[in-house]
Design a binder for this molecule. Sequence first.
Ligand code: GLU
Length: 304
Amino acid sequence: MAVGAVRRTRFAPSPTGPLHLGHAFAALTAARLADPGQFLLRIEDIDRSRCRPEWEAAIYEDLRWLGLSWPQPVMRQSDRLPAYRAALDRLAGMGLLYPCRCRRADIAAALSAPQEGVIGPDGPVYPGTCRGRSMEDAGPEDAIRLDVRRAFDHLGLDRIGFHDEAVLPGQRHDLTAEDFIAGVGDVVLARRGMGTSYHLSVVVDDAAQGITLVTRGKDLFDSTYIHALLQALLGLPLPLYHHHRLIRDDAGKRLAKRDDARAIRLYRAEGASPADIAAAVGLQEAGDSPASLPHGYLGQEEDP
Ligand code: GLU
C-alpha cells in the first residue's frame, strides 16, 4: 500500500452461526485500522448448505450493537458467481486449471506413504492424480484446481509474497515456488457444485471492493501466499496485510468458528456492554480512534 493511500478494510464473516468473541475482535480490529468511512462488510456465503439468512441478520445486529457501521449495499458472495466464473475462465484461458474428480478418501489413499503426507493450508497437499486432465472434460462432479507449477512458470517467478504490517513490518514474506509446490500444492479454486472457493472469492472480492488493508487472523497467514499468487495471475492490486492474534478460550484453545458459548448475543443478554466486549478481547475503549493505537499494536501480542 502506497504511503498516504486510503486504508480500506473489511470484515468478512460467514453466516453459519452466531458471532463470538473472536469475530468481535476481528471486526473491531478491521474497523479501527480503517480510515473514517472505509470499513466495509462482506458476507461470505458461498457455501449455501451451511449459511442461513437468520445468521446474516444476526451479524448485522451484533455488529451494530458493537458500534460499527459500514457503507451500503453490503457485498454478498452469493451474488458474485459471475465474477468468480470470469476469473476462472481467465485462468483456464491461460492453461493453468484442470478438473479434479478425487474425493478426500482418494487423496488419503494416494498419500498412504507417510513422507508424502504434507499438510498445507487446505489439508493434505494434493498428489496431482488428475493433473493430466483437460478442462474440456470438466463435469459437474469435478472440482477445479490450479496447476501451481505452471502458474509460477507462466508468471516467470520463482517466489511469491506479500507485506504484513503486524508481523515484520516493511519486510516481504516470501515463499519460493518449490516450497509452494511442496507445501501448498495445487489448490482448489472451484469446489464441486459451488463454482468457486474461499481463495478465489476472497481475492476477486477484495479487489472489487478496493480493499487496501486485509486484516485477518494469523491462522490464515499461509493462505495469503495463495492469494498473492492469484492476485499476480489475475493482475489484481496487492493489498497490505495485517494478520492479527487469535482469541483463545480460558484453556488456551482457539475459539472455533462455532463457539456458541462465547456468542456476542449471550454476553448481551447477560447485560454486557460493547466496551466490555472490547475489553474482553484485549482492546481499548470502543471510542478510541485508530490513530491512538500504536502502529502494529494489535498483531504484536504473543499468542499464549
Ligand atoms: N470468511 C473468512 C473467515 O471468516 C474471511 C477471512 C479472510 O479472508 O479474511 O474466516
